[in-house]
Each structure stands twice: as C-alpha cells, then as structure tokens.
Ligand binder design. Structure first.
Ligand code: NDP
Length: 496
C-alpha cells in the first residue's frame, strides 16, 4: 500500500489462541455444468445458447455456465407468464395461492443448508450470514406473504383490488436469494405472475429456487427466471407486454429504468443506493454502539444498500470511539467465506473490488487518513480488508458516493443540529442509525432525518412485516409489510 499516511493496525488483543478451521462442506451441492433458462416450468434446452460463467469470488474458480438470455428468450418468458396468468393464476383463490407460497417457504427451510452454502460459494458472503440471515429471512418472506394472499381485501378496505398481471423483476448480487424472495413473494401473493432476472455474478440460488418451484408444483409459467447481464435486464424493461416493473440495484440503472417506464406509464418500484448516516451521541452505550457500527458497515462486506457507511460521531468522544473501533476491527476475521468463523468474506466481483480500491485511493491522495488492520488476505480471489477513513471532508467523493464495500467514512459533529444537517446532506435517503440513551433525542432526530428506515440503538434489523424503502435517490415504493403489497395491486375506490 505504501502510502505515507497509512497506519498499520496491530494485533493488540492477542489472546494466544487461534480458531481451528471450521469449513462448511460443499458435498451436498449438485451444481450442474450448464444451466438453461427457467421458462414455463422447465429448464430450456441449451444446445443453441450463449453462455457466461459464474465464479466463486473467493477463489476465482468457475462454478457453472449460465445461459445469457436474448430478447427473444425474454419474450418467451413474458409469454409464458402471461399465459400462466390467464390460464391459472388470476382465477385461483387467494387461499390456493397461499398454499403454494407456504410450500415454497417450507422447502426453503428444508433445503436451507444447501441454499446457504450455494449462496456463499457464488456470492462470497460468510456462511454464518447466509445461514443465519439470508435463508431464514427468505423463508420468512414467503411465510408472511402466504398469510396475506387470502386477506388482501382486509388490507385495502373500501377498495376494489386487482393484480397488475405480468411483473418484470430485476435484482442485484448482494442478497441474491433474499432479494428474489422480497420480490417474488408479494407479487405472487397479490396474484401476479413473474419474469425474474437475477444478477450476472450470482444466478445460482435463483436457479436452485427454480427446482423448488418445480417440486412444489407451482403452475408452469407463474415464475420464470431469465439469466443474463444488463442487456437481458434491459430487454425485460423494454418488453411491451410487461405490466409492472420492480428493480433493486444502482441509482444509475434505476434512473434508466425509470425513464423507460415513465414513457409507457408503467407502474414501477425502485430500491436503489444509499449512504446511511450512523450517528453516535456522547451518551450512547459505547460497547453496543461499536458492535452496531461494525455490523452496520461490515455485514456482507459492506455490499448492503442500507449499510451504515457514514459514521457521524460526537466530537467529545470521537478520539476514544475511533480508537476502540479500530481495536475491534483488528479482531475481525477476513477469509474463506465457507469457514463458520469468518466475519468478512470475499468481494463479490473483480469490478466491484476495483471500484472500492479506486474510491479509497482517491481520498487518500486528497489527504484523508486510512486505517486497515494488518490481516493477511488470501492470494487468489477478490479481497478487501475492513477499512476506516478519517479526516474526510464533505467534498470528498467517499463522503457522498456509495462505496458498497467494507469501508467506513468517519466525520464528527458537535451538536444535534449539526449531526442532523450532516446526516441529511446526501442525495440518498434509504436508512439511518442513531445511538443515544436519550429517548427524546431519538425522536427529535428521527422526525427530521430523511430516510426510509431509521434504527435506534440497533442496526440492520429486518423483518417481513416492516416496510423497507427509500427517499430521494434511494428510490420509491416499499417492500415488506402492508405497504409492500400496494405496488403489486391496482386499487380502485369501490362504488357504493
Ligand atoms: P446494477 O444496478 O447494474 O445491477 C442491478 C441489476 O440490474 C442486475 O441484475 C443487473 O444485471 C441489472 N442491469 C444492469 N444494467 C441494466 C439495464 N440497463 N437495464 C436493466 N437491468 C440492468 O448494479 P451493479 O451490479 O453494476 O453495481 C454497481 C454499483 O451499484 C455498486 O457498486 C453499488 O454501488 C450499487 N449497487 C447498489 C445496490 C443496492 O441494493 N442499492 C445493489 C447492487 C449494486 P447485471 O448483474 O448483469 O449487471
């Protein structure tokens, strides 16, 4: 790294013991060499397909060849979804639709170890996260929405409700199965059929979900999965026979999609980037706040749209807090994502690693101080150590742009008013965190912060009953809870 202002971390808390490796076995996986598109209840023949490879980002070894769906393939998927909508799904009662969702949820639970291992292998996230967060939450979303399927009229009293029809859904690579569940479960519960496009670097758990869809006997065409890159996503967005779009990903692509949807007056929900302020007041319970900050930025290598990536710490405790934070970071274990002791896994792709590196190097040149622990990183694969940047100015790119990596940007404040002003000084508005023992201060801040989700004395708590979504450039529309059903329905006032 060789920067003059680079401070090496120390192994200060050496207890003289080390963890024995505890690597999760991959023997229960049955990854195919090649995957066809999942359309109309079946994997299509691959004899004339174009393929791309999906890699294990911790080793750079290819895992499988994945079909790159063309515009004609997307058209086939949309036709299958339309046919399934008209033939089966729109005529089924909510109670029957619910049964399918319950079945998917139970199958996810039964095969959760297999899904978790595959998610970690394809995406690079630590197994303890895919096992304890992604999988339980994915199943919970299907259970929760199964419960709504036959009660929608109670969610929207005095309203006539109708599904949109065929929904196009595009998801990112940071929570592949979980984002698929966030999107599929409410769409199906509300009576829509779906064409889903997973991210290029993480298609495998969506394709395993296709097997579950077959096992639960979901009518063919209700869920179709088209793999591919941005062009496949674009073909889905532009398709004239899609009735609603839902997208999670970068603000840049979200804006492109919005432009296209507006022209056709197409209903759209966008869940985009974030630059969440994580505000620590001087009276906060510091041990808990340190853990909250660590979880807020290093969970899933910081590949999290609602990550607490901007630490705002009150000046009176800043030095002490940052010192303790750095000591805690020294203890984080970076390495094999399949090891159950790993805290920080691999960066999802080479291009994401390059993006993180570029943003951090630029701010070091501009005079910020960087702290990284002296951990050794594996030779192959894509890795970035947990990093803390201090001396950051609001004008620096890292203070404004989403880094989407394990990099925490630190700024200080003196008064609640200053904390609020700095917290809201961002084009994004997805999430925020507040740590203080004073309830009135929590309320004062929460009422004035412009963020869709605000956590107080905790961070990264998710539940399917709780709506999630943003303000400003973080998008619009909510996912989860009753609010998350609304985008999947047309509602009209009932005539008396
Ligand atoms: P993208 O927004 O490009 O990817 C999200 C999804 O959209 C993927 O399935 C992608 O396909 C697809 N897509 C890409 N281009 C188009 C298009 N023109 N029309 C329709 N669909 C499209 O995010 P990236 O993966 O490129 O990540 C770039 C940055 O975005 C990250 O560094 C991070 O800052 C941010 N990001 C934010 C996320 C969030 O949840 N807020 C999630 C992911 C990224 P494909 O995978 O093939 O590119």
């Amino acid at each position: 790294m060789g920067m003059s202002n680079f401070k090496e971390g120390s192994d200060s808390e050496d207890f003289g013991i080390d963890y024995a490796p505890a690597v999760e076995s991959t023997s229960l996986l049955n990854i195919k060499e090649k995957y066809g598109l999942f359309i109309n209840g079946d994997f299509l023949d691959t004899s004339s397909s174009k393929f791309f490879k999906t890699l294990d980002p911790s080793t750079e070894k290819p895992l499988a060849e994945i079909t790159e769906a063309s515009a004609a393939d997307v058209d086939k998927a949309v036709k299958a979804a339309r046919n399934a909508y008209e033939k089966y799904w729109m005529n089924m009662s909510g109670a029957v639709r619910a049964r399918y969702l319950f079945r998917i949820a139970r199958h996810l639970q039964e095969r959760s170890r297999e899904f978790a291992v595959l998610e970690t292998l394809d995406g690079g996230k630590p197994i303890k996260e895919s096992r304890d967060v992604d999988l339980p939450l994915a199943a919970a979303h299907f259970f929760y929405h199964a419960g709504w399927a036959d009660k929608l009229e109670y969610a929207f009293p005095q309203r006539k409700i109708e599904p949109h029809g065929v929904v196009g859904q595009i998801i990112p690579w940071n929570f592949p199965l979980l984002m698929a569940s966030w999107k599929l479960a409410p769409a199906l519960a509300c009576g829509n059929t779906v064409v889903l496009k997973p991210a290029e670097t993480t298609p495998l758990t969506a394709l395993l979900l296709a097997e579950v869809i077959q096992d639960v006997d979901l009518p063919p065409g209700v869920i179709n999965i088209v793999t591919g890159a941005g062009e496949t996503g674009s073909a889905l967005v532009e398709h004239p026979n899609v009735d609603k779009l839902a997208f999670t990903g970068s603000t840049e692509v979200g804006k492109l999609i919005q432009r296209s949807a507006v022209k056709r007056n197409l209903p759209l929900t966008l869940e985009l980037g974030g630059k969440a302020p994580h505000v620590i007041f001087e009276d906060a319970a510091l041990d808990q706040a340190i853990e909250g900050v660590i979880n807020g930025i290093f969970f899933n290598q910081g590949h999290v749209c609602c990550a607490g990536s901007r630490l705002l710490v009150q000046e009176s405790i800043a030095e002490h807090f940052i010192d303790r934070l750095q000591k805690r970071i020294d203890l984080l274990r970076v390495g094999n994502p399949l090891d159950k002791n790993t805290d920080i896994g691999a960066i999802n792709s080479k291009s994401q690693l390059e993006r993180i590196d570029k943003l951090v190097n630029a701010v070091i040149e501009e005079g910020a101080e960087v702290y990284k622990p002296s951990c050794s990183l594996p030779e192959n694969g894509y890795w970035y150590p947990p990093t803390v940047l201090t001396g950051v100015q609001q004008s620096h790119r890292v203070a404004r742009e989403e880094i989407f990596g394990p990099v925490l940007v630190v700024q200080t404040f003196r008064t609640p008013e200053e904390a609020l002003e700095k917290a809201n000084n961002t084009p994004y508005g997805l999430s925020a965190g507040i740590w203080t023992e004073k309830g009135s201060l929590i309320h004062w801040m929460a009422e004035r912060m412009r963020a869709g989700v605000i956590w107080a004395n905790t961070f990264n708590k998710f539940d399917p009953t709780s709506p999630f979504g943003g303000y400003k450039e973080s998008g619009f529309g909510r996912e989860g809870g009753m609010h998350g059903l609304a985008p999947y329905l047309k509602t009209k006032r009932k005539r008396k």
